[in-house]
Design a protein. Structure first.
Length: 277
């Protein structure tokens, strides 16, 4: 009994310490990026100024005055919010049909949609650029919104399908008996009951849209360029603009990190829903 008690006491101390250590390990790159953003480009590459340096706002001032930061940030907000709304507009009816009116091929279609996430983006890069330029929509917010919506649609449908499957079908049938049409069922029954799941899905899709870098960098030049393009423009293989790059990166990822921190409960709920019955 004494050995068991000692083992239990050790576990109560060891596991929290290990969890904090892993958490700090994951947080350190963000801390280092923020710290470096307050260094000059010269100090950022000198080992003697790794932790002891004179903080400066030079990089942030330069970013707002010379790099038109707010235009890139505005494009990121517009494209991410619009793509999230459009994704939900398409995903909710799809998940509703798959959950309450399934057919023989419903699971096959769902698996096929998820399998498209395994397709290497580079494999369709040149066809995408060729089609976008042929249609005259290259470097437009419309193109970015469509691309962000389509690449996140499979995940959104799968998450909403998981939520909707836990809603009793009898409730939907009761609404049909009361004379509700399909849109009435979605508006009056489905959305109120699954609002938490829809909000979690929207939050996750928004984060994916905001963090998307591959397509937003390669399908834009100036007009529709997002913060990913701004980061790419400040990247140098020699590390000459390390302080400037850290400031731009901090300004780009800061809002989404804060959003994720305050909404972590909804994020965990959305990612783990249906995992434990």
């Amino acid at each position: 009994m004494a050995i068991v008690a000692q083992h239990t006491k050790f576990s109560k101390v060891a596991w929290p310490v290990l969890a904090w250590a892993v958490g700090l390990l994951f947080f350190f790159p963000i801390f280092f990026m923020v710290m470096t953003s307050f260094k000059t480009d010269a100090d950022a590459v000198k080992p003697e100024f790794l932790f002891r340096f004179t903080p400066t706002l030079e990089n942030y001032t330069n970013m707002t005055n010379n790099y038109d930061y707010w235009r890139f940030a505005t494009n990121s907000v517009i494209t991410s919010v619009t793509a999230t709304l459009f994704t939900l507009f398409v995903a909710v009816p799809c998940a509703y049909a798959m959950s309450f009116n399934p057919s023989r091929g419903t699971k096959d279609i769902l698996m096929w949609m998820l399998s498209t996430k395994m397709l290497p983006a580079a494999a369709v890069l040149y066809p995408m650029i060729f089609m976008a330029k042929s249609l005259g929509i290259y470097d437009t917010k419309f193109l970015i919104v469509m691309v962000l919506s389509l690449i996140n649609l499979p995940i959104a449908v799968w998450m909403l399908f998981t939520y909707f499957k836990d809603i009793p079908k009898d409730i939907i049938e009761a609404g049909q008996m009361d004379g509700l049409n399909t849109w009435g069922e979605v508006r009056e029954i489905l959305i109120p009951l699954a609002w938490g799941g829809i909000a979690s899905t929207a939050l996750l899709v928004f984060i994916f849209c905001w963090n998307e870098a591959y397509w937003t960098v390669r399908l834009t030049t100036i007009d529709a360029a997002t913060l990913s393009k701004l980061i790419e423009g400040n990247r140098a293989p020699e590390g000459l603009f390390f302080g400037r790059l850290s400031a731009v990166s901090t300004a780009a990822v800061g809002p989404i990190v804060v959003l994720g921190w305050f909404c972590q409960k909804q994020l965990v709920q959305g990612l783990t829903f249906g995992a434990v019955k």
